[in-house]
Design a protein around this ligand. Structure first.
Ligand SMILES: COc1cccc(CN2CCc3cc(OS(N)(=O)=O)c(OC)cc3C2)c1
Ligand SMILES: [Zn+2]
Length: 260
């Protein structure tokens, strides 16, 4: 099974070159088998404090759209949870499918959600730059939030309204006040495990914190993601959909839960 994963992963349309790190032992995403996760009573609550004025712009980087933040100070940080240090918010982005049947990167008991939000943070206590943190085992912390089809999400709509301005790859639009905590569910429960980036450079530098409770978004909001393009202006249009990496083998890892 393991080698077929690698072959499928390496040949997966979105990751053309063999992008599984040879010898990788902690690759992401994974399936979270609820009954195999282990409750850890020593896990602390995750503390999130974002300053909405650190929001800079939205950038279509040809994989997803990234909302990037000013990470030159500790104004937008997370601390606690499984983390030894506080981590600075760098950017958030999403992964989604062409249809509502799939789109998330992680699955729960093999169930896909239509989309998944990732808030990427880096360990500025230990490392001088994000680039260096990307290469270190405790360099990054990514909060994953599942999106499910349901009610209209007010907070997300301000972001959706800006997406037409970044339809094409390598376009940027100013986006100067946004508090991403409106996208994080109120339920404190999460799973956590040691993994990797799911896009290049795929480095095994991520402490994943996956929220148990999804947020609800409506069909129009998901469709707005699907009208973005992988391609630059002037190229033959390719809709930005199915920008999720295939599931990776769990190997010798345990997923811990903050809840019983
Ligand atoms: C040393 O490699 C890098 C240094 C600085 C910036 C980058 C690009 N950055 C890396 C982290 C990351 C991680 C991303 O997704 S994910 N699922 O968190 O791995 C992502 O999704 C669109 C984009 C990026 C962009 C790479
Ligand atoms: Zn991601």
């Amino acid at each position: 099974a393991c080698c077929s994963y690698r072959l499928r992963d390496a040949l997966h349309p979105l990751w053309q070159s063999p992008l599984t790190i040879p010898g990788g032992t902690r690759q992401s995403p994974i399936n979270i088998q609820w009954r195999d996760s282990v409750y850890d009573p020593f896990l602390k609550p995750l503390k999130i404090s974002y300053d909405p004025t650190t929001c800079l712009h939205i950038w279509n980087n040809g994989y997803s759209f990234l909302v990037e933040f000013d990470d030159s100070t500790d104004r937008s940080i997370i601390v606690g949870g499984p983390l030894e240090n506080q981590y600075r918010l760098k950017q958030f982005h999403f992964h989604w499918g062409a249809i509502n049947e799939w789109g998330s990167e992680h699955t729960v008991d093999s169930k896909f959600y239509p989309a998944e939000l990732h808030l990427v943070h880096w360990n500025a206590v230990v490392y001088p730059t994000f680039e260096e943190a990307v290469m270190e085992g405790n360099g990054l912390a990514v909060i994953g939030v599942f999106l499910k089809l349901g009610a209209h999400h007010e907070g997300l709509q301000t972001l959706v309204d800006a997406l037409p301005a970044v339809k094409h790859k390598d376009t940027v639009v100013e986006f100067d006040v946004f508090d991403p905590s409106c996208l994080i569910p109120s339920c404190p429960d999460y799973w956590t495990y040691a993994g990797s980036l799911t896009t290049p450079p795929l480095t095994e530098s991520v402490t994943w914190i996956i929220k148990k409770q999804p947020i609800e978004v409506d069909e129009n909001q998901l469709e707005a993601f699907r009208m973005l393009l992988f391609t630059s202006d002037g190229e033959e249009e390719k809709r930005m959909v199915d920008n999720f990496r295939p599931l990776q083998p769990l190997m010798n890892r345990t997923v811990r839960s903050s809840f019983q």
